[in-house]
Design a protein. Sequence first.
Length: 313
Amino acid sequence: MNNKTKGYLYGAVAAATYGMNPLFALPLYADGMNADSVLFFRYLLALAILGGMIKWRGRDFRVRKREVFPLAAIGVLMACSSLTLFLSYNYMAAGIASTMLFVYPILVALIMAICFREKVTILTAACIALALLGIAMLYQGDGGETLDPVGVALVMASALSYAVYMVWVNRPSLRDIPTVKLTFYALLFGLFVFLVRIGIDGSLLLPGHWYHWGNLVALAVLPTAVSFVSTTKAVQFIGSTPTAILGALEPLTAVFFGVTIFGEPLTARIVGGILLIVLAVTLIIAGGRIGSYLVRFRKLFPKLPRIKRKKTV
């Protein structure tokens, strides 16, 4: 398996697992916990898991002085993205928030184009447009009422933080750090954000039922450890923009669990949205190989008339 294929697989895993946030967080909200408490335990448990992985592999925790600031920066960005997304759940349905979060691929493409002069190809723009159209079809309004502007602002802040994180994590200052160690320190610095917030208002709350610790462990493992490690791997293999576009699989995760676990209806509109997203992801994975695929397809029909080009004198 080559590195590009690995990158696409990591990107798909990262998006699918990150889309599980509402699945495990909403029962904790219903149990009386707030966003800061949920995220504090989520990051703390994920740190324990990643720290154990580093020790099990026989690696050390040392980092260079010049790496401390970039690690702290992506940690704060990661924490801000998580916090604003989880806070938005208090102002709008989690499914709507997860759908709106998908503006981040556009932000990633814009940042790469403006700051690093990365060319935005027609294919990339088309894939973003297809994915956004698919996301819009997945959105199910509750009667057409206006969304809470505070919730919208929080989701936009989450998307921007996540976009900057995805760009920064692929910078040369962080490329030499092993992926698990990089994610460990990002979570460690991110944890300080929640420690400061909890220290200010003393709002640390524990789950009211013992079985909700399972939700916290699941949050630490899937949308945190697995998702962030996979995101970093994907960005390193295929770059920030393709990884961001693969994030279209995130709302599909929400739809899947909504239909299979919560009994939500699977309408023609939802199926259409899913097909558009799958098409966008397929096109971005195929990339420059589309032309060669078309040539191979044409060779299957040798008797078809060929278009003759006029000779120029």
